[in-house]
Design a protein around this ligand. Structure first.
Ligand code: SF4
Length: 354
């Protein structure tokens, strides 16, 4: 199984916490140049590449106006994926755009809500209100999307457990098939990190994480990855590719690929990408040990865990057993997975294994 990731590098405004590559621009000429360069890159993909999943992310794929999307989204028509996702910012969609996306073959929408709380939205620097997010969800349903993810965040400075609970209530009232909820990170160089606000206490964040797990389980969601919850059968197949060591090609500036044993990243510069095509700013070939370590760590993100090869088992047996003794890992035969207690501190566990 293989996937295609598309990076659309435009945003209306940079959110205060965001470290993803994107440019703040609504210049239609620049957007047209980008889509022309993207079309060229798509046309240069291996002839036998036939992705089962496509994920259009960014940036904000819904930032360009209706005419631009209508003119250029047909470039994806040559693919016939089973799952075709697009990220949407509630401040950039309307009925016409959502209907266009659905008619263009997109069958899964991931709405970046982050919070329904005014104060949290302000702190994060989002361009939309809670009401716009709810309206976007309802418009997406009306446009025919029957597989919608709501993306949320927790741990925003000033957030309380009650505020988080209210976010979950409003998300659940909309009836999404999937919820992704990430612990806010303070990425170096972002306005949020530079403001250096009072961060939430780690114990409160852990309490929040436990609360999320319980509320979403009670609402019938399967917790299948550290930060991802789905109604049965609605797990994100594209992201599952990443977590199971699958192959994918990324197109667009800053897009990452993992294809036939090589990993690379396209240049993180829109003008360079439009002028010179998808130059690689990074490329590496993983040796078999590095590949196995990576498969192990990515697989451990899944609640089902990962089946460990005898080679990895031999090398890491002592670490596995120490982590099991510490209550962080569960081992059954050759299958290992993170314990409930370890999910919140997964990065510390992964650090022991790489
Ligand atoms: S909309 Fe998304 S990609 Fe754009 S700045 Fe905000 S978080 Fe980053």
């Amino acid at each position: 199984m293989s996937g295609l990731y598309i990076h659309i590098p435009f945003c209306v405004r940079k959110c205060d916490y965001c470290a993803f590559y994107s440019e703040v621009s609504n210049d239609r000429k620049k957007q047209a140049q980008f889509f022309q360069a993207l079309e060229k890159e798509l046309n240069s993909l291996p002839p036998d590449f036939s992705p089962e999943t496509i994920f259009i992310g960014g940036g904000t794929p819904t930032a360009p106006d209706f005419q631009t999307l209508a003119e250029f989204f047909p470039i994806f028509g040559k693919f016939n994926p089973q799952e075709f996702s697009v990220e949407a910012n509630p401040g950039t969609v309307d009925e016409a755009k959502l209907s266009l996306l659905r008619k263009s073959g997109l069958n899964r929408l991931s709405i970046g809500v982050q919070s329904f709380d005014f104060q949290c939205l302000e702190t994060l620097g989002r361009i939309h209100s809670a009401e716009q997010a709810e309206t976007a969800f309802r418009m997406a349903r009306a446009a025919g999307f029957d597989n919608i993810s709501i993306d949320l965040m927790f741990g925003t400075p000033g957030q309380t457990l009650a505020m988080l609970d209210a976010d979950l209530t409003r998300a659940l009232e909309l009836g999404p098939e999937h919820i992704a909820i990430y612990n806010l990170m303070y990425e170096e160089g972002t306005p949020l990190a530079e403001r250096n606000p009072v961060r939430l206490d780690e114990e409160l964040e852990r309490e929040m994480y436990d609360h999320i797990r319980k509320r979403l389980a009670d609402a019938g969601f399967v917790h299948y990855e550290i930060s991802n919850f789905a109604k049965p059968g609605f797990e994100c197949r594209h992201n599952l590719l990443y977590w199971t060591g699958g192959e994918y090609i990324g197109c667009g500036p800053a897009a990452h690929s993992h294809w036939q044993g090589t990993r690379w990243a396209n240049v993180s510069d829109l003008d360079d990408y439009c002028t010179n095509g998808p130059r690689r700013e990074f490329e590496e070939t993983l040796d078999s040990d590095a590949k196995e370590r990576e498969t192990l760590v990515m697989g451990l993100r899944l609640l089902d865990g990962v089946e460990v090869s005898s080679k990895v088992w031999k090398k890491q047996q002592e670490t596995f057993q120490a982590l099991e003794k510490a209550g962080l890992l569960v081992i059954e035969g050759r299958r290992v997975w993170l314990s409930g207690d370890a999910l919140f501190v997964s990065d510390a566990v992964f650090a022991e294994l790489v």
